[in-house]
Design a binder for this molecule. Structure first.
Ligand code: ADP
Ligand code: MG
Length: 551
């Protein structure tokens, strides 16, 4: 297909297989692709949401309720649908929670936009209205929010529990929320200006299978899931000089070019002696520095292990890089990358304890920097989903500590923002007013879906919720367990203000991005997927081919 030059228009020359879709058709195509993705995660929203089982191309199975995990595993190759996936990713990066909500709202915005376009309202008016509404709603978040003190353990536990409800972590949420809050408080420092800074680099999660989640523990310091290299080594130190090493304690490889020609037994012996000598020197270097314990990221030669054991040094080889980095924070010691340069100054004092039952080392620094959350789950799948839930809880609690605000959950904040938007819409002129009202309706998708997923009557409940908010109860939300409307802040169903602001902003941006497109020029066939077509560029206008396995 090619197009002749028209007056003032650039000429577009396209290949034989190429397709072009314009104006209304382009909008319809994009909106339906984006909505398809958004709607696929809706059924997971809220405490009563369902899980999805995702099977990737290699047959690996993930069972999850986590919006961003679902969308990423779906391996979508439609560019418009990918914009929706990006909403989830941005939300996950910026707030760590609210991914399903953000994506669901984006889809609903596009649905209401479609209605407006059908009424011949120009996309520019819709986009402008959505922008206005997004900004106003975010301003109002601050008005609705409750201030939370970083020492308010109960309030922070509510935030953690709300984010865990409906996830794998739910069964033991009481224990786990408490662990998460104490973990965050353990790595929070007050800055000079009085603000609270949460240093997540000082918080490590270690997962283990074989025990119930309720037995998870919080430990100060690091946990190293390794054995010592030699059974004669000591394993417990109250105050050890610890060396973190990223250099092998092995014989240095001879240059590739220099072949070793051994012509006599004598020569062989000399050669072996040399190797022994080299290992002895490396071990002496460590002993001279005063180190009692060595965590080495690389290998340790058998002979060196023997020497170290004889010197009473505890050595652990092939320590994970992430563990070594965490030990660096916990102990405040540098990671030494060259044994030749080692001095006593490179060591740091810490306690090392062996848990023989669990086969772990506990390492604590003198100033006790850093904490480890030791998470248990009965099986690998359980512990994986648990970790995702805990990670979300860590993110929301740390956001709440640094941001200092929470919002009433269970759809309360959405209904309140919708009410305020409708009031505000009166002051907006022309067609944008309709878009602002459509935005308000879209926010109310959250209580509607929460109710639907709980098998409750969404329409009746929304009527009740609106009435409560009209009557001035700004925190009236849905209790999905009782089916009643109640004050959700008092009920302990609370979310972070930051996550909600982010969700509103990214949903509006993604919807607007899709609405702005009025012309799709594709190098490949739009319906069958560009990848089938030899000439198609990567990321061409594919169908949703990759979604099959995920649904
Ligand atoms: P997201 O990925 O958007 O965080 P979730 O599946 O975590 O999705 O669901 C979050 C929604 O569930 C929020 O609107 C939150 O207020 C709501 N919610 C959480 N716990 C409850 C509860 N006990 N009762 C009612 N709603 C709840
Ligand atoms: Mg959540």
């Amino acid at each position: 297909m090619s197009q002749r030059m028209q007056q003032g228009q650039p000429m577009i020359i396209m290949g034989d297989d190429a397709q072009r879709v314009k104006d209304k058709d382009a909008q319809e195509y994009n909106i339906s692709a984006a909505r398809g993705v958004a709607e696929s995660v809706r059924s997971t929203l809220g405490p009563k949401g369902m899980d999805k089982m995702l099977v990737d191309s290699t047959g690996d199975v993930t069972i999850t309720n986590d919006g961003v995990t679902i969308l990423q595993t779906m391996d979508i190759d439609n560019p418009t649908a990918e914009m929706i996936v990006e909403v989830a990713e941005t939300q996950e990066d910026e707030a760590g929670d609210g991914t399903t909500s953000a994506v669901a709202i984006a889809g609903e915005l596009l649905k209401t936009a479609e209605d407006l376009l059908e009424q011949d309202i120009h996309p520019t008016a819709v986009i402008k209205g959505f922008n206005l509404a997004s900004e106003y709603a975010r301003e109002q978040v601050d008005e609705v929010a409750t201030e939370v003190d970083p020492d308010d353990t109960e309030a922070l536990k509510s935030v953690a529990e709300t984010s865990m409800t409906g996830k794998g972590a739910e069964l033991d949420k009481d224990v786990l929320a408490d662990l998460v809050v104490r973990a965050i408080q353990g790595v929070t420092v007050e800055a000079d200006d009085g603000s609270h800074v949460v240093d997540l680099a000082n918080l490590n999660i270690e997962t283990r299978t074989g025990r119930a989640a309720g037995q998870s523990r919080l430990l100060s310091g690091a946990v190293i899931d390794k054995d010592s290299v030699h059974e004669d080594m000591p394993t417990d130190f109250e105050a050890a000089d610890v060396l973190l090493l990223n250099d092998p304690i092995e014989v240095e490889e001879a240059d590739v070019d220099t072949a070793v020609n051994v012509e006599s037994p004598d020569q062989l012996q000399r050669f072996l002696d040399q190797e022994e000598e080299q290992l002895r020197e490396k071990v002496d270097k460590i002993v001279e520095s005063g180190a009692d314990v060595v965590f080495c990221q690389k290998g340790i030669d058998d002979l060196a292990q023997h020497y170290l054991a004889k010197e009473g040094v505890l050595a652990v080889r092939r320590t994970k890089k992430s563990d070594l980095t965490f030990l660096k924070n916990v102990l405040g010691a540098p990671i030494v990358s060259d044994l030749d340069s080692l001095t006593a100054d490179d060591l740091a004092v810490g306690s090392v304890t062996r848990d023989t039952e669990e086969e772990l080392f506990y390492v604590e620094g003198e100033d006790a920097h850093g904490v480890t959350l030791l998470l248990y789950g009965t099986t690998e799948h359980v512990v994986d989903e648990l970790e995702r839930g805990i990670q979300d809880a860590i993110d929301v609690v740390s956001t709440t500590v640094s941001d200092g605000r929470t919002l009433p959950g269970g759809g309360a904040v959405e209904v309140e923002l919708a009410r305020r938007l409708r009031d505000h819409a009166d002051s907006v002129s022309g067609r944008e007013q309709l878009a602002v009202e459509a935005f308000a309706d879209s926010l109310e998708l959250i209580p509607r879906v929460l109710a639907e997923n709980a098998g409750l009557d969404a329409i009746d409940l929304l009527v009740d919720l609106r009435a409560a908010h009209e009557a001035g109860d700004t925190e009236a939300g849905l209790n999905v367990f009782s089916g009643e409307v109640e004050n959700t802040t008092e009920a302990g169903v609370v979310e972070t203000a930051h996550a909600k602001e982010q969700a509103i902003a990214s949903a509006a941006e993604a919807a607007n991005l899709v609405l702005k497109i009025d012309d799709i020029i594709s190098a490949g066939d739009l319906s069958t997927g560009g990848d089938d077509d030899g000439g198609a560029p990567a990321g061409g206008m594919g169908g949703m081919g990759g979604m099959g396995g995920a649904m």
